[in-house]
Design a protein around this ligand. Sequence first.
Ligand code: EPS
Length: 384
Amino acid sequence: MRYMTAGESHGKGITAILDGMPANLYVDKDEINRELKRRMLGYGRGGRMKIESDEVEIVSGIRGGFTTGAPITLFIKNRDYENWSNIIGADATELGKKTVTKVRPGHADLSGCIKYAQSDARNILERASARETAARVAVGAVCKILLKELGIIIGSHVVEICGVKSGYRYSSVEEIIEKSDESDVRCIDATAAEKMRAAIDIAVKNGDTAGGVVEVVAAGMPVGIGSHTAYDRKLDYIVSGHMMSVQSVKCVEIGLGRGYAERYGSEVHDEIFIKDGAVFRETNNAGGIEGGISNGEDIVVRCTLKPIPTLMKGLRSIDLITREPVKAEPERSDYCATPAGGVVLEAALAFALASAITDTLGGDHIDELKARAEQKRTAENGSR
Ligand code: EPS
């Protein structure tokens, strides 16, 4: 399975093409739109979300609600394009408007302009923008529908914003799914959520931004997805690459992650037990992956998102053209994208798992794939 996205933040819209989805899967468009709406929420979002009302248009690959096996094209219109039509786009003539030369530290502005020989960072930031994540969420929503058919569900919650930590420890993905969206910071610990909001308020007041950590969890994975035999078939390689590719993510931890460095082996490895013929663990420090292979426990991934590099107060930088020291130019932006980032990271995990599952199990249509997943689960229980 593979996908690609195209589109600029203020262009006509954002497009995704998802290839390799098995045929005969019922795709409820409302499910995709529901995920798109979730991505638009969150305390600390900027003004753009008041303009947009993201909705998917399915352009190809789905007929009468069912996948045909052909590439699926998903399009999300940018309402803001009305304000930018003559500035962005193939036929634009007002190219001197809305130029950006006071490049932002932490953003793609400077490196992108050098790499692509651009004198206007607009040509870089339009594509580097987190607006692109709308397309990823649409792709992830289709993958989530596939995973649900296979008995796999995904949820996420915010565990930290600007140093404020959630005291919530997850016990089930169902609980995360049910409770995290009730909070506008997507944090299940109400006391911590209050403090997170206060930390974001300070960022807004000071023209600053705030980052955080999101935990993303998938339950229902069969044993045996991925492989220990080659680096590029390892499930942790596949998962971490997709998570790391999301805008703002600077750190991906699987299971105990950094915590492995702090303890002895006897304290961290998940011991193996058997009862009535069924294998089980009492802990899941491995985050559901051992030797690059899913072990049947929940997949647990934590991602750190940096504070967005667009600061209203502006950091010290240079002007790309004059080469003079300046304050970096603020653009309308978010103050904290971590709550919405969780929704995007769920989508990234959904694609990573759907892709690894179809690579491992094959299956041109959904019944074939379901039967193969069922075989895996039977083998997992010890019968052959
Ligand atoms: C975003 C769209 C962007 C930003 C934000 C997220 O729209 P605009 O640039 O018009 O305000 O609000 O993107 C960024 C924070 C970023 O660094 O690019 C969206 O749709 O999520």
